[in-house]
Design a protein around this ligand. Structure first.
Ligand code: SF4
Length: 742
């Protein structure tokens, strides 16, 4: 009871009666599944008497300290092992991020590791069918075929689920052996606008502060993040701060869980964040609530920014956002006067055709109030996948070498040429979305894709599938035969996170050790080993590694921010970059003294409001936005292998407001057709006021209802991130065979 209320801050349980008659029940005496319970399992883990126990509990023979493979929070876990089977997970109490707590996915979502559908041998397509092959046969084929293509004809898609070392090798392989900067990964779909926007404002595209500081904030502004569902352990810190008296402002079109404890909830229309933020900043300036000395001493371009605020009076802002002016003003005052104030944001901000502007607006707000560079302040983008921060840091991007060193910077190019012994291209490569378009148009002929499932995760998925079908050579490396792997010419079976060593970098820039707990399943191999083998068979130099620690030593030599990161230094709490040398203790807070821009100043950005690329009209009158469920992860490849998670959320739902449902004559639980300009899917209707009128919401976890068939591939012109958060749709009833005959 106390764990649920005081540690997890959920409050699903209550105590009734006194003394010997006292009893712990679900709040309101409801079955636990009908309470606020998030199935995090913390009550089971902490039960002092052993009265509560996980359903499928097995006593482990040994435990291995490692990391959760799901979200970017980067929680430490112990994997419980019997023989070569992972039988349980418990939180690592020494881990500085989660201190023993876990969410439902981290604690229970491990059944995929030993699942019978794991790929256990390489597959080669013969006569249209994938059939088993030996490693030598598959690797020789991939090497021989890949070597046939020129740099501009080939691309590599790396993975935010792979380790830093594997991402480093993937981009090195693309740039050296294949001679191509066409390398990218799914950060393009989640935080590309963060990388670009924060780099422009602060000189670094990463979370400025640390997760544990959130609990000490006096004000938390959570915009475009459903923190308790998507980063549940960070959600705990928010709850803790609110319990200790922090003011919480939530800006979200949907009534997310955090709204229950928010002091102020701004329900703005999807895609209107710039107007909302500029409106708040105009109030701060008009009422003299900015930090003038911080602006003078540490920032530049304030005058141009101030001029740009002019049109954003409260009437104009209310008209665009749908938020009453007095609420915008209240939010501005709350944020500017309760210090330290921190901003959390996620894909509600980034996945827009103006995602970079959204990020710049958030950075402006922090600069304006001087809420950056100090404890419990800052701008904190919450990264989605476990190693999306690390994949970016390692240069799995078309325009950056590791450590965000530009491929078009002659000095950086010279440095990497000397280190790698290859002549490198100074031109930017293609981004993820451009790679698929180029494949569709026939420019990209060969693709080596590691651990991604774009057939479900990328916008306008039907087009993506058609593009992949046009490839002359398509190699997929994965742990399961995903919807994407089924289209490949060669499938290479990879080891999961539990079967290899390496490092992940979490959302707060903390590099932590991943440790091997069991032998690789079947004949699968770690991704780093596979990439090295292909490279060597093409004749590549510099791929003779025997252990990931050797790869990290090369990373440290070439990447200033990782210069002091070595395995022996990561044994305990890990290290937060920048960590430039062996003596450096790591950096929990960025920009304390100066920004990482060339002149050390934070740069204000003047902004104008731009609407989403596709707004509702008569034909498509509703806005579709997308979300992630607490109980599933990404395209479901891993979490859908766990029965318990499927029980909690096993199907796609389209959430719609009661008013919209009534207008369309749709009943709770009815199957409906959702149609956009790009395609249609069916899903079960969930009628709920969580969705505002005119806005419907789906996840993208379920292959049976592939939401991204609907979404808009229009991209932000700078970050090239697609507008996954807004597209126009219409909903139709699914007519039964009987009613169709009538
Ligand atoms: Fe894993 Fe994220 Fe949950 Fe932590 S919060 S246990 S990292 S899914």
């Amino acid at each position: 009871f106390r764990v649920c209320n005081e540690i997890q801050g959920i409050g699903a349980l209550e105590v009734v009666h006194n003394g010997l008659l006292s009893k712990i029940i679900g709040v309101g005496d409801k079955p636990i599944i009908e309470t606020l319970c998030e199935s995090c399992g913390q009550c089971v883990a902490k039960c002092p008497t052993g009265a509560l126990i996980a359903k499928e509990f097995k006593l482990p023979e040994k435990e291995v300290r490692t990391l959760c493979p799901y979200c970017g929070t980067g929680c430490g876990i112990y994997l419980g092992v019997v023989g070569e089977e992972v039988v349980g997970v418990r939180g690592d109490p020494e881990n500085p991020v989660n201190k023993g707590s876990l969410c439902v996915k981290g604690r229970f979502g491990f059944e995929f590791i030993n699942h019978s559908e794991r790929l256990s041998s390489p597959l080669i397509r013969r006569n249209g069918k994938l059939s088993e092959a030996s490693w030598d046969e598959a690797l020789d084929l991939v090497a021989r075929k890949l070597a046939e293509y020129k740099g501009e004809e080939v691309a590599v898609i790396s993975s935010a689920k792979c380790t830093n070392e594997e991402n480093y090798l993937a981009q090195k392989f693309a740039r050296t052996v294949l001679g191509s900067n066409n390398v990218d990964h799914c950060a393009r779909l989640c935080h590309a606008s963060t990388v670009v926007g924060l780099a422009q404002s602060f000189g670094s595209g990463a979370m400025t502060n640390s997760i544990n500081e959130i609990g000490n904030a006096a004000c938390i502004f959570a915009i475009g993040t459903n923190t308790t569902a998507d980063h549940p352990i960070i959600g705990l810190k928010v709850r803790k701060a609110v319990k200790s008296g922090a003011k919480l402002i939530v800006a979200n079109p949907r009534e997310i869980d955090l709204c229950r404890i928010a002091h102020l909830w701004l329900r703005h229309l999807p895609g209107t964040d710039v107007a909302l933020l500029m409106g708040m900043m105009r109030v701060i300036v008009d009422e003299g609530l900015m930090d003038s000395s911080f602006i003078t001493e540490r920032c530049e371009n304030f005058a141009a920014f101030k001029n740009a605020l002019e049109p954003f009076d409260l009437d104009y802002v209310a008209q665009i956002t749908g938020v009453p002016g007095e609420q915008v003003a209240k939010a501005a005052r709350l944020y500017a006067t309760n210090k330290p104030a921190t901003i959390l944001y996620s894909m509600g901000i980034t996945q827009h055709t103006h995602g970079t502007d959204n990020v710049l607006a958030i950075a402006n707000l922090a600069l304006l109030t001087g809420s950056i560079g100090k404890p419990a302040t800052g701008v904190n983008p919450l990264r989605g996948q476990n190693n999306v921060q690390g994949a970016c840091d390692m240069g799995a991007l078309p325009n950056f070498y590791p450590g965000y060193q530009r491929v078009d910077d002659p000095k950086a190019k010279e440095k990497f040429q000397a280190a790698w012994g290859y002549s490198l291209s100074p031109s930017h490569g293609l981004t993820l979305t451009e790679i698929f378009q180029a494949a569709y148009e026939g420019q990209i002929k060969a693709l080596y894709l590691i651990g991604e499932n774009p057939v479900l995760s990328d916008p306008d998925a039907t087009h993506v599938k058609k593009a992949l079908e046009k490839l002359e050579l398509f190699v997929v490396q994965d742990i399961f035969l995903s919807e994407t792997a089924r289209l490949a010419h060669v499938v290479l079976p990879a080891a999961s996170f539990a079967e290899k060593d390496g490092t992940f970098t979490n959302t707060e820039r903390r590099v932590q050790r991943l440790r091997k707990a069991i032998e690789a399943i079947g004949d699968s191999k770690p991704d780093w080993w596979i990439t090295c083998e292909i490279a060597r068979r093409i004749g590549g130099k510099g791929f003779d590694f025997e252990h990931p620690s050797q790869i990290m030593e090369e990373v440290a030599k070439l990447t200033p921010s990782y210069g002091g990161i070595f395995y022996e230094r990561l044994e305990n709490a890990g290290l937060q970059w920048p960590c430039p040398n062996r003596e450096h203790p790591g950096t929990p807070i960025l920009h304390s003294e100066r920004f990482l821009t060339s002149n050390g100043k934070g740069c204000f950005a003047p902004l104008v409001y731009k609407p989403p690329a596709e707004i509702p009209d008569d034909e498509y009158p509703l806005t579709l936005t997308t979300e992630r469920s607490l109980y599933q992860y990404h395209t479901g490849t891993m979490t859908r292998k766990t029965n318990g998670l499927n029980t909690l959320r096993g199907k796609e739902l389209i959430e719609m407001n009661p008013a919209d449902a009534e207008a369309l004559g749709i009943a709770e639980g009815e199957m409906v057709k959702v149609i956009s300009r790009r395609g249609e899917v069916t899903a079960k209707a969930k009628i709920t006021p969580i969705s505002p009128p005119g806005v419907v919401c789906m996840s993208f976890h379920f292959a049976e209802s592939p939401t991204n068939v609907l979404t808009n591939p229009a991209v932000d012109p700078i970050a090239k991130i697609p507008e996954l958060k807004v597209c126009a749709v219409r909903i139709e009833k699914v007519l039964s065979k009987k009613s169709r005959k009538r």
